[in-house]
Structures are given as C-alpha cells and as structure tokens.
Write a protein that binds this ligand. Structure first.
Ligand SMILES: [Zn+2]
Length: 288
C-alpha cells in the first residue's frame, strides 16, 4: 500500500449526462476511461458538488452568477442549463481527491479558467468552467506543489495562484498553441514550454529538472502535498502532442513519487483513446 497515493478514483456517471454536438471534450473520453479502470478492479468514490463557499475561494461572485444563469458565452466552451451543477460536481470530486489522495476522473476540466473566467488574456475558456484543482487546493489549505502535465499551459491555475507563497506551480506544455501563455517563469510559477513532439526523453528530463529546481525551496518551506493537473493530450497524435507514449505516464508517476510527498490528481484534457491506459500507468508509477 502506497503512503503517498490511495489509488482510489473519484467518479460519478452524472458527468456523462451532457454532451455538446461534435465537441472533442466528449462524454466518451471519460466513459471509456471509467470502463477501462473499472475492469482493472479500481475502487470508485462517488463525489458530491462543491458548495459556493468553496468555489468562491477561487472565483469571483460575478463569474459564479454568470455560470449559474448560463450566461457564459464562449466560442469553445458552450453553455448548458445545468453546467453549474456539472462544474460544481467536478470541483467537488477534486476536493475529495485531495482529501483521499485519489484521482478525480470527472469532466468538465478546469485548469484554463481563472478568477473571473478567461485567464491571462487567453482567447477562450478552453472547455473549462470552474478551476477544479484550485478549488480543491484552497479547500484543503495545505502548502501545495502543482504539477500540470496537460499539454496546454494551465493559465487559469497560474492566474489564481500567482504570487501565492503557499503554492508552487509547475507546468510543462507545448509551445505555439492555445492558450499562448506560459512562455516564461515568474514568481512562484515555473513554466516549461516544449517543442511539438519533443518526445519522452526530453519531457522526462524537463520534469526531473523542474522538480529538482524547486525541491530545496519546497522542503525548507514545509510544502505538504503535490496536486497533479493530469491531462493526457501531450500523448502522441493528440491535440497538444509532445510525442509521449503509454509508458511515459508510468515514468511521470514514478518521478513524482520519488519526491516522496502525498499526491492527488485531477483530470484535465486528453482526447486519445488511450486516456484510460495513461491514467492507469500514471497511477501504477505513483504507487510502485
Ligand atoms: Zn489540454
């Protein structure tokens, strides 16, 4: 039994209830991953919605009200009469993941949305409504290292925690694509923009260097927990491909486990049919 990660998955079939026509952020990506993990024998915990008190720790009241009234108009992040419910369930799942050291397998994702919606002058909300990982980190109130391995920059998460001395934010992402941010490191935010299809070797070395760079500071300042924004769209051929493969996710888990600090993870993007396998490999690497 791993001390740093429970291996539990937080999931509700309710997150499969909504579907936008022809949208890449589909119910199927999460449904297939759930079935894959269920068949491997994983244990699941049913989430409940995050209440407004928790959500207000990361977002403005005005933005929450817009979302509740389904008034958010965004090119790639469509409205839906129940979107506030689904988003708050996904955020609630992230809180449970943080409390149980588990993996939140829910949609919608969250790392592109900032305090008032669009973050750091990004063009759109990027399929995100509430910043699940940010809400979870504020709810547990622990000094946290965020490792964002989604292939896109976690611009919303950076915006929410910019300059926050209780958070270190690390993001590895592909250069030259949405949201166009995260090209330099500033304050507590360490950004690693990478060339398209840079491959596993470069990727893992970059992650290792990033963790080495912050380790001394994190230990000295008593950081307590690692929060992983888990996206698998850096998988080869996916929309933010960095040329990673199934095995890379095992190695990512193993590198993070070497840091020897409690870990939880929250699903972001990842549109490959291998999403479930990537999650499983990541968990196996963490628990090895
Ligand atoms: Zn992404």
């Amino acid at each position: 039994m791993s001390k740093i990660f429970s291996g539990k998955i937080i999931f509700s079939k309710r997150c499969l209830e909504y579907q936008y026509p022809f949208h890449i952020e589909s119910r199927l990506r999460v449904e297939k991953s759930y079935e894959f993990l269920r068949d491997l024998g994983y244990k699941f915990i049913e989430p409940i919605e995050a209440n407004e008190h928790w959500i207000l720790n990361a977002h403005s009241k005005d933005y929450i009200d817009e979302l509740k009234k389904n008034e958010v108009k965004d090119v790639d992040t469509p409205g839906h009469e129940n979107i506030y419910y689904y988003a708050s369930l996904s955020a609630g799942s992230a809180i449970i993941a943080a409390r149980t050291l588990g993996f939140s397998l829910m949609r919608p994702p969250g790392h592109h949305v900032g305090v008032k919606g669009i973050a750091l002058n990004a063009p759109t909300l990027g399929f995100c409504y509430l910043n699940n990982i940010a809400i979870a980190i504020r709810a547990i109130d622990k000094k946290t290292i965020i490792i964002d391995i989604d292939g896109h920059h976690g611009n919303g998460t950076q915006e929410i925690f910019f300059g926050d001395e209780n958070v270190i934010f690390i993001s590895l992402h592909r250069k030259g694509i949405y949201p166009g941010t995260g090209l330099t490191s500033e304050k507590n935010c360490f950004n690693y923009p990478l060339e398209a299809d840079c491959g596993e070797k470069v990727y893992l070395k970059t992650l290792e260097n990033a963790l080495n760079k912050i380790e001394k500071m994190a230990r000295k300042n008593n950081f307590e927990i690692i929060a992983v924004s888990f996206g698998a769209d850096a998988f080869k051929g996916d929309i933010a491909s960095l040329g990673l493969n199934e095995k890379t996710y095992f190695e990512i888990g193993r590198l993070i486990a070497k840091f020897n600090m409690p870990v939880f993870a929250v699903l972001e993007g990842g549109y490959t049919l291998k999403l479930g396998e990537c999650i499983h490999n990541f968990i196996q690497g963490l628990m090895e």
